[in-house]
Structure formats: C-alpha cells, structure tokens
Design a protein around this ligand. Structure first.
Ligand code: PLP
Length: 384
C-alpha cells in the first residue's frame, strides 16, 4: 500500500479543489456554457418527469459523451477481453494513489453491496443497517436468512451512529452498512464522526466488517464530508463503495467500484458475481473519473437546483433536512403514496415508500433546472 494519510489528503485536495484551482470566473463561465448545453440536450424521459430514482437528469459530461461516441465502433465486436477495463483500474488506482489490487470493479456498485452481505453475513452474523437507508444490503441479508437490525435515523435525519455501534456489539454483527451521505435522507456525517465510529467498531468487535457507501460523495459539500478511504486502507475490515451512476451521469452504463484491502475485496468478489464491465462503460468511466472540472460543475449545478427546490418546499410550510445528495426527503405530513399518486396525475414520478417514514416523508430526486421549475409548480398545486 503506497498511500499515507497525508499523501492521500494531498491527492484529494488537488482533485476536489480542481474547480477552485481553475478560478471562480472560469468556473462560472464553464458553468454557464454547460448549463446551456444541458438544457438543449434533454435526457429522454418518455413524456414524464422522472424524479423517482437518484440518477442524473443531465447524463455524462461533454468529454465523456465524446469518448463514448469515439469508441462506439466495429471494435465492439471484440469484447471478451474488453479494451479499457484494465486502464480504468489503473486510472482509479492512480487517482487515489493506491495499488491496483485495492480496487474492485463491478457493473454498478449494486453487486458489491450484494457480494459484501453474502461474504460477511450469515444466519448467525447479522447485518446492522439504518432505516430508512439504501435497501440493497438489507434485501440481500433477507435472501440469505441473515438477521437484520435496522436502527431508525434520528430526528435530524442522520444515522444514529452510537446506537448502531451499540447494536453491532450486542448482536455480534457480520456487517454494518453506513450510507454517507444517506439515501433517502440526504444527510451527511463528518470525517471525525465516521472515524470515531469505525475505530470503535474495530476495537470492540473481533470480526465485524464496516461498509461505507459513498455513492453520493460527489454531491456533498467538501467542507462537510470527505472520503473514508484512509480508514479502508488502514483496516482490513473496512471497505468503501463508489458509483458512476450519480454525479458522473452513467447509471445506464453500470460501473461502480470498491476500495479497500486486497483480501477484503477478494472475499466480496468470491461471494457474488461482479459482472463484466464493458468497453464503452470502461472508457466512459475513466474519462468521467478524470474530468474533475465537470464533476465540480455537476455538484454546483445540483446544489443550485436543490436550493431552489428546498426553498419552494419550505415556502409551502414543510420541513426538509439539509441534503448533500441529488435528492431531498421532505416531511410532507402525508403518506408518500398519496403524494406520489397526486404527482403522477401531472406526469411527475416521485420516490417509492421509505419505511419507517413512509407515512410522513417522500423522496424527491432532483431533475434538471427546467424539470424542477415545472415540478415545483405541480408541488404547489398538490400540496397547497
Ligand atoms: C446509496 C446507494 N448505493 C448504491 C446504489 C447502487 O447504484 P449503482 O448500482 O447504480 O452503482 C444506489 C442507487 O441508487 C444508492 O443510492
């Protein structure tokens, strides 16, 4: 392992500060140019505004689109040893200043979530998770008869990390799933809070594995949250997962990855099929990964859209937790089903039920600027 904590922070400092280094005026010029482009090239939505899944209303950035077009050739006929997949691993490893064997690719991060539960949970090794949170880990635990301990989020929408750690110790958990930022609440935990949690689990429990799901990290304010990768490199029983389906706009290309120590990633890989990342997905992912300016633009664009939408919902008299993702989870004081059905009458899809808050809260994924302008008009009508 090459990465020291200081070396790593330096690398990430450069990456996340890419927008800052380019200068504010350049960034805002680029924001304006790309915003116009995003408005012109609408993601196909089949006639409805899709605010029901946390994908991207803008799709990949211009450089990634160009790479996809350039590589869509007859060469696709040769894909059993797909081009660019090894290169993608190299690019990710270099981006984090880690070794190739500390990266595990998958067809989206979903197989990693499934594989980790299969690797580390069993009928005598429970899963500890939150409620509500992303539910693939819980669904997988159910399918293998592993007990599930679901700790409800606090009144601030945040994971109750102390209660989760108590529960891990009480039940002798095989795996604890931490979604940071959390889907659907949008809330985030600081690096200090995550580090204290991880160190407590490592010292109190001889075999519990910690999964830190950072699918939405690129939407989080970097002053509030940073990656837990140093902990995954330090402890064998910690790994993180990432997705190209969110800020990179590539949900349809199915690419995700885990970062951690080789032996941990091998256990996940051996427990479940990770699928084969395809050559177009790989070239798109490595282009998107290195396009720091676009990711900065995407974060900025999403933040403005989120601010507009949250302000409109608060103006209507409803509470919304501060979100660090591309979705919000307001308390609409009515069942999610009711709100969903009312929105559907106006060709807007919003999120499914998220128990145990399905009677009060609804998840709204954020679309493009123009989609959210239309959606807010509808929200005023159905909630007014
Ligand atoms: C928190 C979280 N993790 C993982 C995923 C899975 O995404 P993918 O398989 O597209 O990488 C999602 C998808 O919504 C998610 O919200």
């Amino acid at each position: 392992m090459k990465t020291t904590r200081r070396g790593f922070v330096k690398t990430i400092g450069f990456t996340t500060a890419a927008g800052v280094l380019t200068g504010t005026s350049l960034l805002s010029r680029s924001v304006q140019a790309q915003t116009r482009k995003a408005h012109l090239e609408k993601v196909y939505d089949g006639g409805v505004i899709q605010l029901n899944q946390n994908e991207s209303a803008r799709g990949p950035g211009p450089k990634t689109m160009e790479a996809i077009h350039t590589h869509t050739t007859k060469r696709i006929g040769r894909g059993y040893s797909p081009d660019h997949v090894n290169e993608l691993i190299d690019v990710i490893a270099a981006g984090y200043n880690i070794e190739r064997n500390e990266v595990l690719l998958a067809t989206g991060s979903s197989p990693l979530l499934q594989g980790s539960v299969r690797a580390f949970c069993a009928p005598d090794k429970p899963l500890v998770t939150a409620g509500p949170t992303y539910s693939t880990s819980e669904g997988t635990a159910r399918s293998i008869d592993a007990p599930i301990e679901r700790i409800q989020v606090g009144n601030d929408g945040k994971l109750q990390l102390d209660v989760m750690a108590d529960t891990v110790r009480e039940v002798g958990a095989g795996l604890v799933y931490i979604c940071n930022p959390n889907n659907p609440t949008g809330t985030v935990h600081s690096p200090q809070a995550i580090e204290a949690f991880v160190r407590r689990i490592m010292s109190e429990n001889p075999y519990t594995v910690v999964h830190l799901d950072e699918a939405y990290i690129n939407y989080a304010d970097p002053s509030v949250m940073e990656t837990a990768l140093p902990l995954a490199l330090e402890f064998e029983r910690v790994f993180i997962t990432r997705s190209f389906s969110k800020a990179h706009g590539m949900a349809g290309l199915r690419v995700g990855y885990a970062l951690g120590q080789e032996q941990t990633l091998d256990m996940i890989d051996n427990a479940w099929g990770m699928g084969d990342v395809n050559m177009i997905g790989a070239i798109a992912a490595l282009t998107a990964f290195e396009d720091y300016e676009h990711i900065e633009w995407e974060r900025h664009e999403n933040a403005e859209i989120r601010e507009f939408t949250v302000a409109a919902i608060r103006d209507l008299g409803f509470e919304v937790w501060d979100s660090h993702t591309n979705h919000i989870f307001p308390n609409l004081r009515r069942p999610a089903r009711e709100f969903r059905e009312a929105c559907l009458q106006h060709n807007i899809l919003v999120g499914r039920d998220f128990p145990p808050l399905a009677e009060t809260h609804s998840r709204i994924s954020l679309g493009s600027r123009e989609e959210m302008q239309q959606a807010v008009e509808v929200f005023r009508r159905v909630l007014g």
